[in-house]
Design a protein around this ligand. Structure first.
Ligand SMILES: N[C@@H](CCOP(=O)(O)O)C(=O)O
Length: 493
């Protein structure tokens, strides 16, 4: 059963938690006693990606029948990824890069957002209409649109920060087809978009108004446990790939370095560890928005700081929602304590975690940050040293990992590659000193292809000349009215 990080009174089945997205008190759904759900390592790592996905989802979402989970996995990972491995692991220097960008929108979000619509479709009752509200700093939005477009009974509204994504990321979203989709720029940053969405989730008057039209709200962000859980799969699968390559032996510990914004991706790794994956340490890598780096150093989470727009825009985030789940678990499941911290955050923009909890957290997590200059330098260095082209988010992680020696006991280090460099062609060209007009994204794509001998993913190059359907831009206060309209205008069946 699932309950809020902020209270334990309401207990929900997995299907209900997935459909709800976020708890009515603003908390995130969690399940207790993860240790009872641990896998036999030899068994789970003997499976391929799809087999691991079936195991992970079947265990965490036990009210889905085995056949339902199998149908979800086949639909999500049957033919939608351009690599037979789904998330291939590639050696780069002394480390490994886990390429999570082989899905339809060239970002790691595809792994979960090809799955979430399947999970929701199986949980939804006949006739029920669900509007998925999504805040994005660039990658989640398109991956959610691609996953939910024209899915019966489900609609989707995506909010992105105006000017806060790469040109390609914006075009991916504004050209999206489907009768159940809407895309809107917000005057503000990702935090404004996500806070706006969270406000709507706890707006009971809005819920009543939409209920009269037969619509309820849910989320495609990693605050939704149905979005987070599918990401656990690739941690186990990366380990399985290392075993098959003979790079480690069963039981050896590894470490992961994860480029981080909303803390969902790295938290999925932590769940994998709780479920039995031998992980010595997680490295949390941030860009200049280094609120997490400071948190791990000091125990104080303080969002009262300048917000930077960087060349790794998907990580331009100062409110890392999923940290709430980690604190809940590392604090021994004390929902009242978490509730108090979240009240501090809402009131003062900061909270401070108890030293004993921080000590426990620091045994497992290290953190570091890289600004734009360091990111560009890393893109260039990795190409020079290994002939491998990084996207800016992955480059942040590689740079942070470079500065931290591998922890004792870890037999291999895996860096999560979260997006294709072609989504950020202009910045990657600049970093690699490739001559191209930064204001012309498709010229940059071609220049990057010519200079590196790699090919842009077809869905990205096909954006050239595509018709932009959405040019709405609103203030955060107008999000409520926008959602009401989106619900009225969506084609539901
Ligand atoms: N990095 C995301 C922002 C939201 O994170 P999520 O994992 O909670 O969806 C993005 O690129 O949109």
């Amino acid at each position: 059963m699932y309950h809020s990080t902020r209270s334990v009174t309401e207990q929900l089945t997995a299907k209900s938690a997935v459909l709800a997205g976020i708890a009515p008190d603003g908390g995130l759904y969690v399940t207790d006693d993860l240790s009872e759900l641990r896998f036999d390592l030899s068994d789970i790592t003997s499976k391929d990606f799809r087999g691991i996905a079936r195991q992970v989802l079947g265990r965490l979402f036990d009210d889905y029948a085995d056949e339902e989970i199998a149908e979800c996995v086949d639909a999500a990972y049957g033919s939608t990824f351009d690599s037979p491995a789904v998330t291939p692991l590639v050696p780069v220097g002394d480390d490994y890069v886990l390429e999570l960008f082989h899905g339809p929108t060239s970002a790691f979000k595809d792994v979960a957002l090809q799955m979430l619509p399947q999970l929701m479709s199986h949980a939804r009752r006949d006739g029920e209409r669900i509007m998925i509200l999504t805040a994005t700093s660039g990658d989640t939005g398109k991956a959610a649109l691609a996953g939910f477009a024209d899915t019966p009974g489900l609609g989707i509204a995506v909010f992105y920060p105006q000017g806060g994504t790469s040109d390609i990321q914006r075009l991916q979203m504004t050209t999206q087809e489907g009768g159940n989709v809407s895309v809107c720029a917000i005057e503000g940053n990702f935090d404004d978009a996500q806070s706006g969405v969270k406000k709507l989730f706890v707006d009971t008057a809005l819920h009543d108004e939409l209920a009269d039209a037969g619509v309820r709200l849910s989320s495609a962000n990693s605050i939704n446990i149905g979005r987070l859980a599918p990401q656990i799969t690739y941690y186990f699968d990366a380990y399985a790939q290392l075993l098959r390559a003979g790079a480690i032996e069963l039981g050896d510990e590894v470490e992961f370095c994860v480029p981080t914004g909303n803390f969902g991706d790295v938290l999925a790794g932590w769940y994998a560890r709780e479920l039995g994956l031998p992980v010595a340490r997680f490295i949390v890598a941030s860009n200049a928005n280094d609120v997490l780096t400071d948190f791990f150093a000091t125990g104080a989470y303080d969002r009262n700081r300048p917000f930077f727009r960087t060349i790794s825009p998907s990580m331009d985030i100062l409110i890392s929602s999923n940290l709430e789940r980690l604190i809940y678990y590392m604090g021994g499941g004390d929902a009242a304590y978490v509730n108090g911290l979240m009240e501090d955050l809402a009131r003062d923009g900061r909270y401070e975690v108890r030293p004993d909890i921080m000590d426990a957290i620091r045994t497992l997590f290290a953190a570091g940050s890289a600004d734009d200059d360091a990111t560009r330098a890393e893109i260039a260095a990795c190409r020079d040293e290994h002939g491998y082209v990084l996207d800016p988010h992955t480059a942040v992680a590689v740079r942070v990992a470079r500065d931290l020696p591998r922890t004792t006991g870890a037999k291999a280090r895996i860096i999560l590659a979260t997006a294709s460099p072609y989504k950020f062609a202009a910045d990657v060209c600049e970093a690699l000193d490739i001559r191209a007009d930064a204001a012309a994204p498709f010229d940059c794509m071609r220049a990057l292809e010519d200079a590196t001998g790699t090919a842009a993913p077809r869905p990205l190059s096909a954006l050239e000349g595509a018709t932009e359907r959405f040019d709405d831009g609103i203030a955060p206060e107008q999000m409520r009215a926008y959602v009401v309209r989106a619900c009225k205008e969506a084609t539901w069946e």
